[in-house]
Design a protein around this ligand. Structure first.
Ligand code: FUB
Length: 336
């Protein structure tokens, strides 16, 4: 049995859920029909705006607040507004979103509003030093903000590497290698997986205070970095951070093996130790989620393609309660 889609008048995906002012807000991608040929670079995910949704109670109803940001309003964007997230600090609300810039390179932008439901006003340029996709914002109990991000294949994470001879200061020596675009990633015996990235946000939430760092995800049985060929556990995309009982939970999608999994640590910068799966593969290629506490219970927001009968790029957001066992392990609650 699978929960019903929360939103049926639009296709929505990659739900980032947060509780602001006692109300639950969902910041998803807005999927749309396209004539673009399907490929493993994700060109068919051709989204060009964002809606915000809210719920006053876990049982709904779900309110659509309409379009809150469009590609046309963002000077640096060419196409593909992918999975967004939102945060609040100092009475303002921030929408973080990835999109391709005018050179076709994925960057991460930020837009600001006085209200959680937007509309959001974008900054003129993407966040300096940002790259790749799937930003997930996290404001810790001490008020410090962080942005987690990264995605393989179409998300271009594998295209960025240090080049001692090149790379400007803004990118901290990283250079973009277009020949590594598409469904490619490191592989081979002993080769470690590419890690997701984290950057601490400035107090105004609009820039990085230091260049992004690579997160370490360790295998519990060895204490060593997860290997690139370990496709059931290596990071692919869809970063999310939440905190439960003082422990930092970093969760993500394993991409081509289609799991949602998580790892835990004692600092927002990691290292994180792999713990297990949250969700088995859903109908559709992608899987992407968020985890949030709302009115005393914890929920997993995710998507699948049931509403479109399995069309990979036409997805629908769903919601399911999760529980923690005595050791802090995440389990799906029974569907009632
Ligand atoms: O929605 C486009 C992409 O699909 C997201 O950025 C990925 O996480 C995957 O869900």
């Amino acid at each position: 049995m699978s929960p019903k889609p929360l939103i049926t008048h639009l296709y929505t995906a990659d739900p980032s859920a947060h509780v602001f002012n006692n109300k639950l807000y969902i910041y998803p991608s807005h999927d749309r029909e396209t004539d673009i040929q399907f490929n493993d670079n994700g060109d068919q995910y051709d989204m060009n705006d964002y809606h915000v949704f809210s719920m006053a109670s876990p049982t709904g109803p779900v309110i659509d607040h309409g379009i809150v940001l469009s590609a046309n309003d963002v000077k640096w964007v060419s196409k593909q507004m992918w999975a967004p997230d939102a945060a609040t600090k100092n009475g303002k609300y921030y929408l973080y979103f990835p999109a391709r810039d005018k050179e076709g390179i994925f960057r991460i932008g930020v837009a600001v509003s006085a209200k959680p439901e937007g509309p959001f006003v974008p900054e003129d340029n993407f966040i300096a030093g940002s790259y790749s996709i799937d930003p997930a914002s996290f404001v810790d109990e001490d008020g410090e903000g962080y942005l987690y991000f990264g995605g393989l294949w179409g998300g271009q994470l594998q295209c960025w590497s240090k080049d001692d001879a090149g790379g400007d200061d803004e990118m901290n020596g990283l250079v973009f290698d277009a020949s590594k675009s598409g469904p490619q990633e490191p592989s081979g015996e002993g080769v470690v997986a590419l890690g997701p990235r984290v950057a601490q946000l400035s107090d105004d939430m609009l820039s990085f205070v230091a260049p992004p760092r690579e997160l370490q995800i360790l295998a519990p049985e060895t204490g060593e970095l997860i290997r690139a060929d370990d496709h059931d556990r290596r990071f692919f995309e869809a970063a999310w951070m939440h905190k439960y009982n003082g422990t930092y939970y970093f969760s993500y999608s394993t991409g081509d093996s289609h799991y949602l999994v998580y790892a835990t640590g004692s600092s927002p910068f990691g290292p994180f130790t792999y713990q297990g799966r949250i969700l088995e593969p859903v109908l559709g290629w992608t899987t992407h989620h968020s985890i949030v506490e709302f009115q005393g219970k914890w929920y997993l927001f995710y998507h699948d393609c049931e509403l479109s009968n399995g069309v990979d790029h036409l997805r629908s957001v769903k919601m399911r309660e999760i529980v923690y066992d005595d050791e802090g392990k995440i389990q799906l609650a029974e569907i009632v």
